[in-house]
Each structure stands twice: as structure tokens, then as C-alpha cells.
Design a protein around this ligand. Structure first.
Ligand code: SAM
Length: 295
């Protein structure tokens, strides 16, 4: 077989962009990986085998997609930028196990696509060099989607990676930390310097591996739990009490029911949400339900 030069090769990456008259678009968070060691590292961390169905977010010109296609059974990649989709039609030509779907990942019904492309209820691995401007919404969407995933291995800015396992009471501790704790175990797998990308982002990066867990306390409706968590952190500098009033209203009977819920789970109303563990917030959610504040 003739030597194939990897898409990620720095000279080839630049040549592809020049050929199509393209520049990395900031508004789409385009920073193309040009470091093969990092790409191989991502595929290794995800443990991709010829049995695996893979979802990729933001294939760009195909640097990571190509490496995934060489190891996986099938790859489905979502790309928002039509210019990139046109490039991919050529760069991924050698791989017949890749499907590129032009769409905004935040608008995709993942369960539906998985059923259509891989089969009803198929397990997937999710791999991406994420567009950093929407790292958090994408993570939230993946975790809360009703799909079966074996692992999620994604590149993100180091500052967000640090939030995933943040200690209670710290500035980094928040809704993202708690959502991760409910659904997954997060592990920083590879630290990646800015020089691994073209163009170099102005932040440090890290590849994180998420593996699914069964939560310590399962709730009936995680979406409702997390809207309470979100409301509790809405104004971080304010007390839980003030955030609760904002969430449920200031009528006297509502105030009484909030107070009763807090008393039932031994949480002081003056506390700030960042001092509460997932277990405490889950207990509070159940108590608020008993008070009829959450339907
Ligand atoms: N995977 C390529 C790589 O590693 O070189 C490109 C990664 S680049 C950091 C992020 C990619 O996500 C870009 O191709 C960008 O166009 C795409 N993207 C941005 N927003 C998106 C969205 N909402 N849905 C799908 N793709 C998106």
C-alpha cells in the first residue's frame, strides 16, 4: 500500500486548509490537532477496538476521525461547519466505516441517531477534541442523554477539566462537578500543550476520560434534581435560602415549606450551595418534593 500521510501531519493539515482556502474559525472553536502522539493517546485511552461504535463531535478536517476509523467498527461524526463537511468528503475517502452528519451537536437526538446508525440500544464510545466554547453544554448533554456509553474521552480546556473533580467549597466546585459525580467518574488522562494544535489555543488543554457509574442515590428524575442544583448555584455569592426563594417564590406558605424541607435534612438556610455535597442536594431535592414544591 502506498504511504498514507496522516491528516494530522502539520504540513498536510496546512496544505488541506490552503487547498480549500480555509482558516480556523474562532466562532466554531476550531483548533486542529497536529500531534500524532496525542491522537494515538486518545485512541488508546478510549481503548477503541474493531468491535466499537464511536460517536465523534467536531471532526474538523478529520485528524482524529481518521485515527478512530482505523481502529473502530464504525464512526459517526457530527460537524456544524459545512466547509469542514466538504473537506471531510475528500480527506476521509479512504475510510468506508465513517459517516459525517452535518449538524449542531447540541441539537442532535443522540438516542435516535444511535438506533439508526448502530442499532437500537447499541453501546457507544464518545470521543472528541471539543469546541471549547461549548464544552460544558456538550458534557451536560452527553451525560443526561438516555444512551448507553462505555466511555467518553474528550479534549477540553484544563480549567474545565479541573472543575470535574473539584473539591467541595472551592471556586471550581459547581453544577458541572455535581453532574459528573452523579453520572460518571472523571480522570485526567493526558495533559496537552497548546503547541499540539494549529492554531494554538491560548489555554492549556487536557484529555479527560469519563466512565459511567451508578449514582449512590438514584433519583426518579435527574433532570429535575439538576434544575434544583442549578437554581441553588444561580447566585453563587448568595445563600441557599435566597436562591431557593428565587426558585420557588417568596409567598409566606412557600417560605415555610422551604424551611421545613431544609429542617428535615438538617441544612442551614444561611449556607451557600458550594458547601453542599451531592448527597445533601439529593436529600434536599427529595424533601422539597415531599413539601410539594417540585411536582
Ligand atoms: N477534531 C478536529 C481535530 O481534532 O483536529 C477538530 C477539533 S476543533 C477543536 C472543534 C470542531 O468542532 C471544529 O471542527 C468545529 O467546526 C466543530 N464544532 C463547533 N461547534 C460545533 C457544534 N455545535 N456541533 C458540531 N460541531 C461543532
Amino acid at each position: 500500500m502506498a504511504d498514507i500521510i496522516d491528516i494530522a501531519n502539520p504540513t498536510r493539515t496546512q496544505a488541506i486548509l490552503n487547498q480549500y482556502g480555509l482558516h480556523a474559525k474562532k466562532k466554531f472553536g476550531q483548533n486542529f490537532l497536529t500531534d500524532l502522539n496525542v491522537l494515538h493517546g486518545i485512541v488508546d485511552v478510549a481503548g477503541i477496538t474493531s468491535e466499537d461504535y464511536v460517536i465523534e463531535i467536531g471532526p474538523g478536517i478529520g485528524a482524529l476521525t481518521e485515527q478512530l476509523a482505523r481502529s473502530a467498527k464504525k464512526v459517526v461524526a457530527f460537524e456544524i461547519d459545512p466547509h469542514m463537511v466538504a473537506v471531510l468528503a475528500e480527506t476521509l475517502l479512504p475510510y468506508d466505516n465513517v459517516k459525517v452528519i452535518e449538524n449542531d451537536i447540541l441539537k442532535v437526538d443522540l438516542a435516535h441517531v444511535i438506533a439508526t446508525e448502530f442499532g437500537e440500544g447499541a453501546h457507544v464510545k464518545i470521543v472528541a477534541n471539543l469546541p471549547y466554547y461549548i464544552t460544558t453544554p456538550i458534557l451536560m448533554q452527553l451525560l443526561r442523554a438516555k444512551i448507553s456509553w462505555d466511555n467518553i474521552v474528550v479534549m477540553m480546556q484544563r480549567e474545565v477539566a479541573d472543575r470535574l473533580n473539584a473539591e467541595i467549597g472551592t471556586k471550581a466546585y459547581g453544577v458541572l462537578t455535581l453532574t459528573i459525580q452523579y453520572y460518571a467518574q472523571a480522570q485526567l488522562a493526558i495533559k496537552v500543550p497548546a503547541s499540539a494544535f494549529n492554531p494554538s489555543p491560548n489555554v492549556d488543554s487536557a484529555v479527560v476520560m469519563l466512565t459511567p457509574i451508578v449514582p449512590e442515590t438514584v433519583v426518579d428524575n435527574p433532570d429535575k434534581l439538576f434544575s434544583v442544583v442549578k437554581g441553588s448555584f444561580a447566585h453563587r455569592r448568595k445563600s441557599l435560602w435566597n436562591n431557593m426563594l428565587q426558585m420557588f417564590g417568596k409567598q409566606e406558605d412557600v417560605k415555610q415549606r422551604i424551611q421545613d424541607a431544609l429542617d428535615a435534612v438538617n441544612i442551614a438556610s444561611s449556607i451557600r450551595a458550594e458547601r453542599l455535597s451531592l448527597n445533601q442536594l439529593t436529600a434536599l431535592y427529595e424533601a422539597l418534593k415531599l413539601q410539594g414544591l417540585i411536582k
